[in-house]
Ligand binder design. Structure first.
Ligand code: PGA
Length: 251
């Protein structure tokens, strides 16, 4: 079996002002006081905080990531940020295809794939998000949706060094709801099978994160499910003590 180093990533979404640096500092402090052996830790603050966080997190072992990037390397794309710019600031990762981008900005699998490709070209690791809506789950189409999104959103050159998959059921994001552990296990094992079928040993070694209402009280159980190799955390990553409580699953 391939040894996979888990990753616990915090997605701050459109939250955080300069004063929020205090939370990042507090998180670094928690990790110093009580070292984490079983996972890597990542913060993805809004673009406006990447530069200050890059210097603040230096030497703490906490990685830095963006929440989105454009599919182009540079050019006339007002308001957008390229993967190269993220890399230039010290990011190692970028989230692409989050359901809030898919739903709110009309991003489809082809665009998500192009963004992941741009991330790869810039030397970033793409965290590619997939997940079914409540309607699809109720219609019994979860596994079909997952397989379609996975096939459509991952570029051909995906592998251990440049890609992570995040399974985030849309209905579990920010709602306090989570799928049963059995359902999480079913989806993650399907993702693993598909990754292996397409990418071979690389597919066996890629992280598959779970995301959607992860909190300190459920993190231990969710992270113990087979083929769950870490978490993508929204709301509970905004407060250092809560995020630290999730990281406890790997202490
Ligand atoms: P949540 O968000 O933890 O607030 O549910 C997860 C995500 O959207 O990545």
């Amino acid at each position: 079996m391939t040894e996979i180093r888990a990753l616990v990533a915090g997605n701050w979404k459109m939250n955080g002002l300069t004063e929020s640096a205090a939370e990042a500092r507090a998180l670094a402090e928690f990790l110093t006081q009580d070292a984490v052996s079983g996972c890597s830790v990542l913060l993805c603050p809004p673009f406006t905080l990447l530069a200050p966080f890059a210097s603040l997190l230096e030497g703490t072992g906490i990685g830095l990531g963006g929440q989105d990037c454009h599919s182009n390397r540079a050019g006339a794309n007002t308001g957008d940020i390229s993967a190269e710019m993220l890399k230039d600031l010290g990011c190692e990762y970028v989230i692409v295809g989050h359901s809030e981008r898919r739903a709110g900005h009309g991003e489809d699998d082809a665009l998500v794939r192009a963004k992941a490709e741009a991330a790869h070209e810039a030397g970033l690791k793409a965290i590619v998000c997939i997940g079914e809506t409540q309607d699809k789950r109720q219609a019994g189409q979860t596994l079909d949706v997952i397989q379609m999104q996975l096939a459509g959103s991952l570029p051909d050159g995906s592998g251990i060094g440049n890609t992570l998959v995040a399974y985030e059921p849309v209905w579990a994001i920010g709602t306090g709801l989570t799928p049963s552990l059995e359902d999480v296990g079913e989806v993650h094992s399907l993702i693993r099978q598909d990754l292996i079928a397409r990418f071979g040993t690389e597919g066996a070694g890629m992280n598959i994160l779970y995301g959607g209402s992860v909190k300190p009280s459920n993190a231990g159980a969710l992270m113990a499910v087979d083929n769950v190799d870490g978490a993508l955390v929204g709301g509970a990553s905004l407060k250092a003590h809560e995020f630290n409580g999730i990281i406890d699953a790997y202490r």
